[in-house]
Design a protein around this ligand. Structure first.
Ligand SMILES: Nc1nc2c(ncn2[C@@H]2O[C@H](COP(=O)(O)OP(=O)(O)OP(=O)(O)O)[C@@H](O)[C@H]2O)c(=O)[nH]1
Ligand SMILES: [Mg+2]
Length: 459
């Protein structure tokens, strides 16, 4: 039984603005009764008289009896609804004032305002979906590209849950056998062979290792990589920024030192999502404003996830280029040799030796995008991303999977060094606990609340 039993919630589930339709969603034991008190159908039928998955057309009335809006009311009966409870969706004409009025009337009739993510939280608590599937709902809403959206839908449909279930089954099988053997020696239960035990644990470990490895590729596709465009002044960083974003966001001039502030925009390159920043040209300068810009870039270079290091093909490398190369450090970098529409005099071999990838473009002419896209996809792992496989969605899931893998590694060492099987059982059980936390079967209330607090109201 859920804690939400006596509490019927309501919220506007569509974005608040002018649009074709607004949906006010009501969920809980009294949702149909509450909807019936504000809605009158044209046919005279009550919502309480119709089956689930049915709708009536009519009007919404406020408490003094005046009509607020026309409405299609759809009924979903427990447990066959998104939340698992009785749900009514009131589809009204989209509009900020009217939608708010309808919600207010519903609240006056006995519903309480839903908290962020509360509909999905109820679906989780009522056993409709697990925690990975709940988080996938948010990933579907926030997906910025096709691969991210498809992958999130796969996870919503249970792709990750079934992968974790497979790992859990392997471990539960071993743990149950070990416990039975230890607890009931008189029952003549055959001792599990070391080979069997090791093979189960290593099958479970390799599934977890694959998930953990895929997480980085998934990051580029789902969350976006913090990417800096850097280079000495006038190489064409802002022209590249405008070319990639498709808008004239950065100022371009032939005066070195034009850009000072960091200019940010999120873009999709192939499967990779980049949170792209155009930056001030790197050089020694006495100008105090430009200096602030240059120092900002140097700081960001230490924490970003990818660098597009831009060079001017039409000029020899100079001290500013070499100083920039020295700043690249360990961050994955694509050397972008720009202005290929002009004669190329730059030392390409030297540049190639300093970056992970090297591509040729003309940002001004809009040439070279395909090569740059492949380089970015390769370097961020987005190229390897398989939207059909199980992928961990976020840091919470990643931590749980890592914490499930660690005791399995210890269990293998324990078996190989001849420790008692009791110790191995404890390690396998620790691993299972972390998997149960991942799926939410045994997650604390604090974790569950923190997951749903990131949702929007109405979802
Ligand atoms: N021929 C040619 N000129 C380019 C190309 N890309 C940029 N430019 C020119 O190079 C000059 C500098 O371009 P910006 O994009 O402002 O260079 P930047 O690296 O942002 O410069 P700062 O902001 O000063 O660091 C401008 O005159 C651009 O029109 C290119 O592909 N080919
Ligand atoms: Mg610039």
């Amino acid at each position: 039984m859920s804690d939400f039993q006596n509490n019927t919630i309501a919220a506007i589930s569509t974005p608040l603005g002018q649009g074709g339709i607004s949906v006010i969603r009501i969920s809980g034991d009294n949702s149909i009764e509450i909807a019936d008190s504000v809605f009158k159908s044209v046919s005279g039928k009550k919502l309480s008289q119709i089956n689930g998955y049915s709708a009536l057309f009519g009007k919404i009335y406020d408490d003094d009896g005046s009509a607020l809006d026309e409405c299609v009311a759809t009924v979903f009966r427990s447990p066959h609804s998104y939340t698992g409870e009785n749900v009514v969706e009131l589809s009204c004409h989209g509009g900020i004032f009217v939608t708010n009025q309808v919600l207010r009337t519903v609240i006056k009739s006995g519903a309480v305002l839903a908290k962020p993510g509360e509909f999905t939280e109820r679906a989780f608590v009522n056993g409709k979906i697990d925690l990975t599937e709940s988080e996938a709902v948010m990933d579907i809403i926030s997906a910025k590209g096709k691969a991210a959206a498809r992958s999130a839908l796969n996870i919503k449909e249970g792709r990750l849950r079934s992968e974790i279930d497979d790992v859990k089954d392997l471990l539960i099988d071993s743990a149950a056998h070990l416990s039975a053997w230890a607890d009931y020696p008189e029952e003549d239960i055959p001792e599990i062979s070391t080979e069997n035990l090791l093979s189960n644990i290593s099958a479970a470990s390799s599934k977890l290792e694959k998930l953990i490895k895929n997480y980085d590729c998934g990051k580029a596709v789902k969350q976006g990589i913090d990417t800096l465009i850097v280079g000495k002044p006038n190489v064409g960083k802002s022209t590249l920024m405008n070319f990639l974003t498709g808008c004239e966001k950065s100022i371009v001039t032939d005066i070195p030192g034009t850009t000072r502030d960091i200019i940010e925009e999120t873009i999709v390159m192939g499967n990779a999502v980049l949170i792209l920043s155009d930056t001030a040209g790197l050089r020694d300068t006495d100008n105090p404003i430009e200096k602030i810009g240059v120092n900002l870039v140097k700081k960001r270079l230490q924490s970003c996830g990818l660098v597009l290091a831009v060079f001017d093909a039409s000029r020899q490398l100079d001290e500013d280029d070499f100083n920039m190369i020295d700043l690249l450090g360990e961050v994955p970098s694509v050397a972008v040799i720009n202005k290929t529409d002009l004669d190329c005099v730059v030392d390409v071999d030297l540049i190639k030796s300093k970056a992970n990838k090297c591509v040729f473009i003309s940002a001004a002419k809009g040439e070279g995008l395909d090569d740059l896209t492949s380089a970015v996809e390769d370097l961020t792992g987005a190229a390897e991303f398989d939207e059909n496989s199980a992928v961990l969605s976020n840091e919470r899931q990643f931590q749980c999977a890592s914490c499930a893998l660690e005791p399995l590694k210890q269990a293998v060492s324990a078996i190989e060094s001849g420790m008692t099987l009791d110790a191995v059982t404890v390690l396998i059980e620790e691993s299972i606990q972390n998997l149960l936390e991942l799926t939410g079967e045994r997650a604390s209330e604090t974790i569950v609340h923190s997951v749903f607090s990131k949702f929007c109201v109405g979802k």
